[in-house]
Structure formats: C-alpha cells, structure tokens
Design a protein around this ligand. Structure first.
Ligand code: PLP
Length: 282
C-alpha cells in the first residue's frame, strides 16, 4: 500500500524519516485516526478540523490548506483501494539537530499518513467488553491529540494485563475518559459524560453519540461522575473512532447493570449505524 508523505503519495520504501525528527525524539507532533466505511471517510471534516486545532495549540504550522489535505486523504484511499479500514495521519514539527525549543529557523513539518484495512468489532459491540480503573497520570492538556502518549500507553497496558479491553482513567475520584476513548454512564434514563475540557480529548465519536442521544430521546448531562457512581450505573459505554459505541459490561470485575449490552446502548448503536456511510459520494 502507498503512503502519503508530506504532499506526495509514494511507496513505503521511498519514505525517509530523519532520526532527529521531533516526533521521534520528543513526541512533538499531533495525529488523527479516521475511519473508512464503504470507501468513504467518516466525519472527515471534524477530524481534519481537530487536527488543525491540535496544531494551533502547539504552534505547529501544517503547510497545506484543509481542502488540500482532504483531497490528499481521498487520493490515498482511492490509490490503496480501501473499502473498510482506517487512516492514521500524523504531523511532526520536523527534523533539526536535537534541542528542546522550536527549530530556528523554522523547518517544514513532516506529515505521514497510511491506510489499514480493518473490520468493525461486531462481536464486542454486541457482547460488550471489560474495563478497569487506572489512575490518570497524564498531563493537563489532554485536549490536544498529541503524539506524546506514554500515559495512555501505560494505562492501556495495565488494562490489558488485567484482561480488560480498556482503562477507565480517573483523577482522584473523578472519571475523565479512557486511555484511547471517551466514557459514559447511563443512570435512570440520563446519560452522563465528562464535559469537554483540558482533561479529555474532545472525541469525534463523542459528538456523534450526543447527536444519537438526541435522536433516541436520551437526555444528556455533561458532568463528571465518580468511580463509585460509575459502578452504580445501569449501563456504561466507551467510544472511539475504532471502538464506535462500545458497551462496558464490567469494571474491576464488578458487573455493570446486568452485565449485558443495555437497551439505551443498543438504541444509540442503532442511531450510530444509520450515520455510517454506505458508499463513497465523492
Ligand atoms: N480519548 C482519547 C485519549 C483518545 O485517544 C481517543 C481516540 O483515540 C478518544 C478519546 C476518542 O476520540 P475519537 O472518538 O475522536 O476517536
């Protein structure tokens, strides 16, 4: 498969990344993961907008317009003939002799994007997954989709080592989000989720889910909840571009609700499915 390298679509062997690339040395860059359904990119505008917003927040200049980036992404998908899968796209602050401060003079950022064929996690979407609490030790700018993911990596690894699918992060008693997902609890017919702030990534799937809640008549309260409240929820959900609307059926080995996908969760999933592109419309 071909790779998008800056503004060129090239073979894998042609891509050259410097060993002093600031993404490699400092995690100094940003990224997006975008889902491809039936040859079309899902919520592409939202993802590209968030990429540029992340870039702004770290004063990184992406040397292409959003329109050009949209076109390049579509060209990559068409070239690789991906029907169902994902795009990974990252931009780093470029390659210069190692120093912490930004390069002087500034250098061009380095963009790489590639596609991968994947299938939807249908079995888990129906049967749910297990999760566990992990202390959120990340920095205070979790709103930036930064390449610095060590806190997220360690949290996910802890979850996997406990035979869980995802880590539910908490700062003190307060649930923030997952290691690579957003978190929601449903109690007495109301959906609760952490408000958009510096402590969570403003998930694109989160937006889609809040729209779905409106459509199915489930009231939403964007307020943080505690670990104890999480355990007492009737239903629990995590969401991400890849995991979609994923039921969480147990936390720390304790059943949530009746340890099955809940009714509201299923309704949200159905509303979500209706938004999935059925074909590429160009
Ligand atoms: N929170 C974190 C920390 C993430 O890494 C992600 C995505 O991987 C999400 C939330 C979900 O965001 P999205 O729905 O845009 O994929």
């Amino acid at each position: 498969a071909k790779i998008l390298w800056n503004d060129q679509i090239v073979s894998e062997q042609e891509v050259k990344i410097g060993y002093e690339d600031r993404g490699y040395q400092f995690g100094d860059g940003i990224y997006e993961v975008i889902k491809i359904y039936n040859g079309d990119v899902f919520t592409a505008t939202e993802h590209i907008d968030r990429l540029y917003a992340s870039a702004d927040k770290i004063q990184l200049v992406i040397p292409y317009t959003k329109d050009v980036l949209h076109k390049m992404i579509h060209e990559l998908i068409e070239t690789n003939e991906v029907q169902n899968g994902q795009i990974y796209l990252q931009v780093t602050r470029g390659t210069t002799p190692r120093q912490h401060n930004f390069p002087i003079p500034a250098v061009e950022s380095v963009l790489t994007a590639y596609t991968k064929e994947t299938t939807r996690p249908l079995d888990q979407l129906e049967n749910g997954v297990k999760a566990c609490f992990v202390e959120d030790i990340r920095w205070l700018r979790c709103d930036i989709k930064s390449l610095n993911l060590l806190g997220n990596v360690l949290a996910k690894q802890e979850a996997i080592s406990k035979d869980c699918y995802e880590a539910i992060l908490h700062r003190g008693e307060t649930i923030t989000e997952g290691s690579s997902s957003n978190m929601y609890g449903i109690k007495d017919g109301v959906l609760y989720t952490h408000p958009v702030s510096n402590l969570i990534l403003n998930g694109i799937t989160r937006h889609v889910i809040l729209d779905c809640c409106k459509e199915v008549g489930l009231p939403v309260v964007e307020e943080a909840f505690t670990k104890q409240q999480a355990l007492e929820m009737d239903e629990f959900i995590m969401s991400s571009t890849n995991a979609e609307v994923m039921p969480v059926i147990s936390i720390n080995g304790q059943a949530i609700g009746n340890a099955k996908r809940g009714e509201w969760t299923e309704k949200i999933q159905q509303a979500f499915e209706k938004k999935i592109p059925t074909s590429y419309k160009g």
